[in-house]
Design a binder for this molecule. Sequence first.
Ligand SMILES: [Zn+2]
Length: 461
Amino acid sequence: MSARGAAALLALACAASACGSTAAPAQPALRHAVTFDADLRSARVLVAIEGGTPRALRVARPRAIEGAVALPSGAALVTDGAGLAALPPGTDAVRYTVRLAALAATRDAEFPAAGLLVDPETLLVRAADGPARRIRARLSAAGGAHVVAPWAAGGGEHDVPPSVFDARGMIAVTPTPPLRVEAGGAVFDVAVLGPRAASDADLVRWLSAAAAAALPLGGDARPRHVQALVLPVRGASEPVLFGETFYGGGPALRVLLGGAARGDELPGEWVAVHELSHLALPRVRQADAWFAEGLATYYQEVLRCRAGVFDEAELWSRLRAGFARGAPGAGRDTLRRDSELMGARHGYLRVYWSGAALALAWDVRLRSEHGRSLDDALRAAARRFPPGAPPSDVAEILAALDAWLGAPFFAPSAGAALDARAFPDVAATLRDLGADGALPRDDAPLAAVRRAIAAPPRGSR
Ligand SMILES: [Zn+2]
């Protein structure tokens, strides 16, 4: 493309997206036009530089960049370890190609059964110097494919949230248009990356039910837009095999769906409820998995009972079974150390279910001694530590919760649980609730608390 061609293309892009139509003169921007090639092996990027020529442009994966050129000079640009170096004075645009296949080794790009997933930070440049500049991007794909970014689906130029440079995220390019789900107070753009037995309507029903169950945990601070990446896996025996959450560029859910999963197997499964509850709760660091995973594990059962997926007897049976799976992993080291080293030690069951046991203990004591609930506490926490914000220090969250309650409660009880080698003692709590046997007992001292945990809270939706 000639320099004149590039300028004309930028002018066209500007006219089509009505940029500059807002009244206030905005901060200068690096305005990216990204086009994915039809074979999804590469993406061509043209960047209009506002706010003067910087000395250099930083890129996340310089080795995946090729053919970088400064405009209007047409000078070839050198790629060093940090990005595009030594921009000639007067450069007001650059173009380059990102080799997507080269990003697969670092998991910055994935090639599922259909389409592509790529971390947006690998496509974008940032100025190494000069004024602070917004990052804007217009994404498109050759050959009629559809693009679903964490911040928005479809065309048009958008501001790219700074979180793309701090956290993992994925842009999806798919041959089929994204599905749209509105549930739980949020809008979902759902990219489905491969063939599957479940219909579009099945997927919408499944994610709607999970969102309606999980997102209200975050109260007013819940996410309002969620990108969902559904990757069908051929030959899988389970309906949903795995889930994870991303935060780079906006909250996102990624799930591995059994390719043969039938529509009626999906609503009520636990993975989507668990992951979406993460998106509605304050974020903490990986080392504090006991907090994030404990809450998500407790609520994956409680929320599905409240939604009518199973009855109260089944809820308590599932929690007891989970505690029984978590207990054998305890005893060797403190919960604190096992949580910090969870990935290295593979002590997932101990950490997840110890955290869930603490969540149950919190919920029971808040309800029986303080006239509140863990739902109330988490909505208060989410207001102070919004779920989409960077990870918070869990000690700060616990201190804020104690201030909310007006009593030292969360921090001391968490401290005792974290310093313990043994699995939290749940037997007495379950007995007091009347939840220690096959059928819930209404003659137990805390039977009303037990029923309240299982019942949908009023006014929470
Ligand atoms: Zn989790």
